[in-house]
Design a protein around this ligand. Structure first.
Ligand code: GDP
Ligand code: MG
Length: 163
């Protein structure tokens, strides 16, 4: 079965928070497969009667600041190869960083559909800040809050449209 979706992005943008929200709120079981839990976590998401596998990347135990850029870029390349859709998460509170630009560049070169996610838009006014993310050249940003769940329904509709 295909229908594999991976979450990528630099540390601290809210990838794992989004993973937990999308899997937990759909009552999914997170599979802690031996040997894979160190840098990747797997779960199932159900939405509108359909299902896909969700992979969270970058789940390193160390402090996020210690993670090498090379490892992040490696994970992005793996995600492009293994997934049908890649979710690229950025942080609307922080704006664009150099590492975001590097990840975006890898994603543009890949041949997989990318859904750009502007996370941490906890309040309505923050949505306007998402305009800067058009600079990635990866299409419309989906403005969400992984913490309060806003925007995640539209995001899931978009993901399923690619599967
Ligand atoms: P990851 O390193 O990309 O997996 O990021 P985490 O999911 O571990 O989240 C990093 C930090 O951002 C944590 O303190 C989260 O609580 C916070 N965070 C995640 N999503 C949101 C959000 O939607 N809004 C806000 N305000 N904080 C968030
Ligand atoms: Mg994480």
């Amino acid at each position: 079965m295909s229908n594999i979706v991976a979450i990528v992005g630099r540390p601290n943008v809210g990838k794992s928070t989004l993973f937990n929200r999308l899997t937990k709120t759909r009552r999914a079981i997170v599979n802690e497969e031996a040997g894979t839990t160190r840098d990747r976590q797997y779960g199932k998401v159900e939405w509108n009667g359909r299902e896909f596998s969700l992979i969270d990347t970058g789940g390193w135990v160390v402090n996020s600041n210690d993670i090498f850029e090379e490892e992040i870029k490696r994970q992005v390349s793996i995600a492009i190869e293994e997934s049908d859709v890649v979710l690229f998460v950025v942080d609307i509170l922080n704006g664009i960083t150099d590492l975001d630009l590097q990840v975006a560049s890898i994603l543009r070169r890949g041949k997989k559909p990318v859904v750009l996610i502007a996370n941490k838009a906890d309040t309505f006014d923050l949505q306007y800040q998402a305009a800067e993310f058009y600079a990635f050249g990866l299409g419309d940003p989906y403005v969400i809050s992984a913490v309060n769940g806003s925007g995640t329904g539209e995001l899931l509709d978009e993901v399923l449209a690619h599967l």
